[in-house]
Design a protein around this ligand. Structure first.
Ligand code: MEV
Length: 314
């Protein structure tokens, strides 16, 4: 049997903009997707036991199968007359926006490699998971699989010329509490990314100006994180959410969760991931504030993950 894990992630700055080469900041969360793989003699069968949004596994089933086929191709593994039994579990819930697909791809890639006695570097696993991500996101930036592979707190910038992406590890004084609230809506990242591309072509001036602001925000956030200025980080997160609203990737449930978190003392809040449903994240330093904000959101019937950013990666 082969085993493997991948980190869940939360994008703190720059989702969608990263697809176009704008830098982003992403942190792994301290929850993982875990996979076990055993060869079988017929088909590829996935047993998805992850907890999370109702219908998540069902809705992602076809994209998941395509992602596994893409991985096998990238690994040069042809399964003639052979199949795989894959079990998925772990502490990372199957919420849209938490990088559940990338985390599961990394976990499965590592588990397949072990089952077939193949040795891949972490960068190779990252490249394999990037291929898999295309099934879920169409034209992914690579930020999700990078965070899922390496963990930690990262500065990410896609290389639009096809060379290696810029990936830098960011240091932070100490891990900081955040919460992640799920709208419960299973979002389709591929459609959200396509929608931005369409509107960006239709309204080039408006989008150029928003994208410039996103670039400045990411750079300012990097400095604020370095200075451990959490009020500034929070206020930049709020601004980032406004930009995401302007490019029409938020929705009323996400805006509601952002407002609720802010009203209850969060330093900053924004949607995280592809939007259109999925998750909101709020910066809630200290256990007490984290618990207060989490409870208020749970009281309204939403699921919440309490976690930290800035936990060390591999
Ligand atoms: C999804 O977690 C992040 C997006 O920016 C897509 C991507 O970067 O591949 C929406």
């Amino acid at each position: 049997m082969g085993e493997g894990s991948g980190f869940g992630k939360v994008i703190l700055f720059g989702e969608h903009f990263v697809v176009y080469g704008i830098p982003g900041i992403v942190s792994a969360v301290d929850s993982t997707a875990d996979a076990e793989v055993i060869k079988n003699d017929k088909i590829i069968k996935v047993h998805d036991d992850r907890k999370g949004s109702k219908g998540y596994a069902e809705k992602k089933k076809f994209q998941q199968l395509e992602s596994i086929k893409r991985m096998l191709k990238k690994m040069n593994l042809s399964l003639e007359n052979q199949g795989l039994n894959i079990w998925l579990g772990g502490s990372l819930p199957g919420f849209s926006g938490l990088g559940a697909s990338a985390a599961s791809s990394v976990a499965i890639a590592r588990a397949i490699a072990q089952e077939f006695h193949l040795s891949f570097s972490n960068q190779e696993i990252n490249d394999i998971a990037y291929e898999a991500e295309k099934a879920y996101a169409g034209n992914p930036s690579g930020i999700d699989n990078t965070a899922a592979t390496f963990g930690g707190l990262l500065w990410f910038q896609k290389n639009l010329k096809g060379g290696p992406n810029k990936i830098e590890s960011l240091s932070i004084e100490k891990p900081v509490e955040i919460i992640i609230g799920s709208t419960g809506i299973v979002a389709n990242t591929k459609e959200m990314v396509k929608g931005v591309a369409k509107r960006k072509t239709r309204y080039p001036e408006k989008y150029d100006s928003i994208f410039n602001q996103a670039q400045i925000l990411a750079q300012e956030a990097r400095i604020a994180i370095k200075n451990f200025d959490l009020l500034e980080v929070g206020s930049l997160m709020d601004m980032n959410h406004s930009l995401l609203k302007e490019i029409e990737v938020s929705c009323k449930e996400l805006d509601y969760l952002v407002d609720l978190a802010k009203k209850n003392g969060a330093f900053g809040a924004k949607l995280t991931g592809g939007g259109g449903g999925g998750c909101m994240t709020a910066l809630t330093p200290g256990k007490e504030l984290q618990e207060k904000v989490a409870k208020k959101i749970e009281k309204q019937g939403f699921q919440v993950l309490r976690t930290k950013i800035g936990v060390k990666g591999i």
